[in-house]
Design a protein around this ligand. Structure first.
Ligand SMILES: C[S@@+](CC[C@H](N)C(=O)[O-])C[C@H]1O[C@@H](n2cnc3c(N)ncnc32)[C@H](O)[C@@H]1O
Length: 202
């Protein structure tokens, strides 16, 4: 975790959020993908790499219980000072390793975290975490660089995803509900093709 954590901490310590390649204030496209999902005060949402994302503020407005994880404690500190107290808890964990606590997660929302895991072992551990956490009837939204997307993000190589890759790694117990290609325009005006896919657990 040390090297990866240092890398991400340097980014969050050194750059204003407006200069992060994934900076987005209008999260309506992500929320539209979550239309079939009820998110309210009874919902537990797990965000495996929250960063300083403004999606979190929208989820806070829905009143759900949020578990906000990140490998970067600098990102979590910034998010903590922005959000203050509320129905959320912070977790500092490398998602390439097994979660130490069991969670009953209704909705798992990953935007641009999974694609940083490169080895089969890391990716398998991530999906084991999903399967151990998401309850029956729960949802998983994966938003990762698509097969036509960039090969790097934040100076790191990424594993780009197709629907087939996501589905086979999740396993048969998850049904694809919705998917869409989305071209995110980053703060530098560059196109970043993403694949968004919403799955429901049987
Ligand atoms: C491209 S940013 C996306 C942040 C946020 N999801 C968003 O949409 O703005 C990737 C995030 O994943 C975190 N991250 C990278 N590798 C991770 C890992 N192995 N475990 C947990 N978080 C990780 C980074 O610190 C960073 O906050």
């Amino acid at each position: 975790m040390a090297n990866t954590q240092t890398h991400w901490n340097q980014i969050f310590d050194q750059k204003p959020e407006q200069e992060l390649g994934w900076y987005e204030t209008d999260v309506s496209q992500t929320m539209a993908c979550l239309t079939p999902v009820e998110i309210n005060q009874y919902t537990t949402v797990f965000v495996p790499g929250a960063g300083t994302s403004h999606l979190v503020d929208e989820l806070v407005r829905r009143g759900c219980h949020l578990i906000l994880n990140d490998i970067s404690d600098s990102a979590l500190a910034k998010l903590n000072s922005r959000l203050g107290h509320g129905n959320h808890e912070f977790l500092h964990h490398d998602m390439a390793t097994p979660l130490k606590t069991s969670y009953d997660v209704d909705v798992w929302i990953d935007r641009a975290v999974l694609h940083f895991l490169l080895t089969n072992a890391e990716i398998e551990t991530y999906f084991d975490n999903v399967r151990r956490s998401v309850v029956s009837g729960g949802y998983v939204l994966l938003a990762e660089f698509s097969t036509t997307g960039a090969e790097k993000c934040a100076s790191l190589p990424v594993h780009r995803y197709s629907i087939e890759d996501m589905q086979s790694r999740l396993g048969n117990g998850f049904t694809l509900i919705h998917s869409e290609d989305y071209i995110f325009i980053n703060p530098f005006g560059q196109q970043r093709p993403y694949l968004y896919a919403l799955f429901q657990r049987d």
